[in-house]
Design a protein around this ligand. Structure first.
Ligand SMILES: [Zn+2]
Length: 213
């Protein structure tokens, strides 16, 4: 923790006070206008700003265990839904990225059917990850990087997003694009499913195809 504290302590002096950065930070006072909503796992190996090169103000983030997008359940309060709605309806992001990653503990636990009874909050949360068609659990066998399962899972979460009224409205008027990404933590490689504004990403019988960006 010490190095984290040390860096936090010196951040203003070493970065913000740097003449090359001062104006950009000062502009943040006026508000934010991020380009995209980036939904990914809480995993510490996934660092969206590092991967995308986003600077402060450019990426609005939602991080959940296993990058699960819960089913839309109005009128129940949901932090995830609030974050998504704010990004899409207030900030007006034009793109939403759902980014899964290799070696994901959450998706791995699902595909391996691990006993999660000692972590009931994790168990119950991951139940949200299993879509009605069981896309994640039908992908087998599980490789150590659980790539295929993660990719199927990402596509399932993208489909869930479509049920959010704010997303559906923006897709209907053609002003929002959904993206499905897969990040390999040990190589830094990012692959993606073809961006879409309309059609279901998982037509029957078609396996997810992720290709380099
Ligand atoms: Zn993960």
């Amino acid at each position: 923790m010490k190095s984290l504290i040390d860096n936090a302590r010196s951040f203003a002096a070493t970065h913000v006070a740097d003449p090359r950065n001062t104006a950009a930070f000062e502009a943040l006072r006026a508000g934010q206008s991020p380009e995209a909503l980036f939904i990914t796992c809480s995993d510490s190996r996934v660092v969206p700003a590092l991967i995308t090169g986003a600077r402060p103000g450019e990426l609005f983030e939602l991080r959940t265990a296993g990058n699960v997008v819960p089913e839309y359940q109005a009128p129940l309060p949901q932090g995830e839904a609030a974050t998504i709605e704010y990004a899409v309806s207030v900030l007006g992001v034009r793109d939403v990225v759902v980014c899964g990653h290799s070696h994901c503990g959450a998706v791995g636990a699902l595909v391996r059917g691990e006993d999660l009874s000692s972590v009931p909050a994790v168990r119950d949360w991951l139940e949200h990850a299993v879509d009605p068609e069981g896309a994640v659990r039908t992908v087998a066998p599980a490789t150590p990087d659980v790539a295929e399962a993660v990719q199927a899972h990402v596509l399932a979460q993208v489909e869930r997003l479509r049920a959010y009224p704010c997303i559906a409205r923006r897709i209907a008027d053609g002003s929002l694009t959904l993206h499905a990404w897969y990040y390999e933590v040990h190589t830094g490689t990012v692959t993606a499913h073809a961006p879409t504004t309309g059609a279901d990403l998982r037509p029957a019988g078609v396996r997810p195809a992720f290709v380099p960006l």
